[in-house]
Design a protein. Structure first.
Length: 306
């Protein structure tokens, strides 16, 4: 009997076809995401991760589809089949929602212009040079050390933030999320605003280098007592310039950027000193300060302001 040209494909053929389909879908996802984000292209490692995930998913679905009759005849197989369908539907909904959010939120290309406009509106001095190294280290100790590695959002921080939204304080937004709140959603709060800030944070991280984002952040941050931006905070609290701040002063600047009201060194000196010294302890733990330098900084006065 002659071999039928319509015989079912072999397992190798199915997997090869699924790999091709997964590669095409992964490439489309990458291209679409780059277009929506309007920023830097995916790195080689990011592209490999996305394409690899879509290839594995396509191969698994193809294999289960080929074995669906056998799977449906077994109780465990039926649950596996239903689980794959539910997972595929959830991923499709997630992809649709993510694409919608990326398309609906503003592009980040105008962030620098927005930061300049806010600086001008507050009649504040713009820090045009790089943020001093000790201020950078203190800010990262206060807001999270993953700034240079995270893509604008920290998944663990988002989980803490979601838990905090439901049960009380506990969230820790990244610097990009805080910058997005300042530039794009000022005065807004709640889950919808937090989701928009997270999406915008990803766009900011893909559009600007980290040092420029950090400079935008310190130029637009409110440090309390009418001090907008790092130059105003250095002058207002310490009668100095950003490049002359010592470690104790940089640590206080960092806690003021977190919450200038509860960390106000004039109305809440105890809380301000405690939180400043916690930053100094973290800086010592990460090797930025020796234990002796940390102890001397902890003994320094909170401010030089009369």
């Amino acid at each position: 009997m002659p071999h039928s040209t319509n015989a079912p494909s072999t397992r190798a053929d199915r997997l090869l076809g699924a790999a091709g389909l997964g590669t095409c879908l992964g490439a489309l996802v990458i291209r679409g995401t780059e277009k929506l984000l309007g920023g830097a292209p995916f790195s080689t490692s990011e592209s490999i991760a996305v394409i690899g995930a879509t290839v594995v998913a396509a191969a698994a679905i193809s294999e289960c589809a080929a074995q669906r009759a056998r799977l449906r005849s077994q109780r465990a197989g039926r649950w596996l089949w239903r689980g794959l369908i539910a997972t595929g539907a959830a991923l499709a909904l997630l992809g649709t929602a993510t694409g919608g959010l990326l398309a609906l939120t503003p592009k980040a290309a105008d962030a620098e212009a927005r930061a300049d406009a806010q600086t001008e509106a507050h009649q504040a001095e713009d820090l045009e040079s790089a943020v001093p190294a000790n201020v950078t280290a203190a800010l990262l100790a206060a807001h999270g050390t993953r700034f240079y590695r995270a893509p604008g959002i920290d998944p663990t921080g988002l989980l803490r933030l979601a838990r905090g939204s439901a049960t009380g304080p506990g969230g820790s937004p990244t610097l990009e999320q805080q910058l997005a709140r300042t530039l794009y959603t000022p005065g807004r709060a709640g889950p919808a605003a937090q989701i928009e800030q997270a999406v915008l944070a990803v766009k900011l991280a893909r559009t600007y280098p980290k040092p420029r984002l950090l400079r935008m952040y310190v130029n637009t941050a409110a440090f309390g007592h009418g001090c907008w931006g790092l130059p105003a905070a250095a002058a207002g609290y310490f009668h100095t310039t950003p490049d002359r701040l010592d470690w104790a002063q940089a640590a206080l600047i960092a806690v003021l950027s977190q919450d200038p009201r509860t960390n106000d060194p004039f109305t809440h000196p105890g809380a301000a000193a405690t939180h400043r010294n916690q930053i100094l302890a973290r800086l010592a733990a990460t090797g930025h300060l020796t234990p002796a330098q940390a102890r001397r900084s902890e003994a320094a006065p909170l401010t030089h302001r009369g």
